[in-house]
Design a protein around this ligand. Structure first.
Ligand code: ADP
Ligand code: MG
Length: 249
């Protein structure tokens, strides 16, 4: 089944064309990476899918239905979630409370902190929270304040917060940016674990080729807002236009 369809998606900032008539589909179960030089339009593309940006032209369809006109939280409720956003963590709340809030927000479109005092009324949220924390390996630390978690576990929690909305499509924009090699390999391991467990469809923007090759089965190459290659890692690696974009300039 086709999960996501980008159709002639164009975004202009003033005179600058950040994404230029981008068209591609993502099938359910695919693990797609988007690569390309700085400024190629990768983050813009992600932000068009999460509805943080309004396209200049074109359409985005999810499960066959256009999401244009939808608010960002409505898109989350439909099953698109973006992960590894540090801003998504409430540092003073516990690991469990962070996951509960994310689960509740996804279910009801908004949350109030006082929900935590009435959590007994939401058994489905409790169950989902437990499953989510188990899937990212944080169930044992559920009562720890998020701010006291070591770095790697904070990344686990960020992923958990995204998974608590039970997404059908997970978006990740440079999850390993600024990480040491050890932190990078821990993050890759985490994404791999979750990918196996949940059979998740994802789109990953990443600059580390080792990371890309180990966790994606399809690569899209973006250059100056346009898709210049689309194929398996092996196909894309041998592509002349890709070599040119990276090496020729
Ligand atoms: P990438 O993520 O591939 O590095 P971006 O999508 O962030 O690229 O940016 C694509 C182009 O759009 C760049 O030239 C960038 O400067 C420009 N751009 C991105 N966001 C904005 C914005 N909010 N306003 C103006 N220009 C922007
Ligand atoms: Mg970017």
């Amino acid at each position: 089944m086709t999960l996501l369809e980008l159709d002639g998606l164009t975004k202009e900032f003033g005179g600058l064309v950040a994404t230029d008539d981008v068209t591609f589909d993502v099938e359910e179960g695919e693990r797609v990476s988007i690569i390309g030089p700085n400024g190629a339009g990768k983050s813009t593309l992600i932000n068009l899918v999460t509805r943080r940006l309004e396209p200049t032209a074109g359409d985005v369809r999810f499960k066959g239905e256009s999401i244009l006109g939808k608010k960002p939280h409505e898109v989350v409720q439909r099953g698109i979630s973006k992960s590894f956003q540090t801003a998504s963590i409430f540092p003073e709340l516990t690991v469990r409370e962070n996951a509960e809030i994310a689960a509740l927000a996804a279910e009801h479109g908004s949350f109030r902190f006082n929900f935590l005092r009435h959590r007994d009324r939401y058994p489905a949220v409790a169950e989902l929270t437990r499953e989510t924390l188990e899937s990212v390996g944080l169930h044992g630390q559920r009562d720890v304040p998020a701010e006291d978690l070591p770095y790697g576990d904070k990344r686990r929690l960020e992923l958990g917060i995204a998974l608590a909305s039970e997404p059908d499509l997970l978006l990740m924009d440079e999850p390993t940016a600024g990480m040491s090699p050890d932190e990078t390999s821990d993050t890759v391991e985490l994404i791999e674990e979750v990918k196996e467990q949940l059979g998740l469809t994802f789109i990953l923007v990443e600059h580390d080729m080792e990371v890309i090759f180990s966790i994606s089965d399809r690569i899209l190459v973006l250059n100056r807002g346009e898709i210049i290659a689309d194929g398996t890692p092996e196909e894309v690696q041998g592509d002349a236009a890709v070599q040119e974009a990276y090496l020729g300039g």
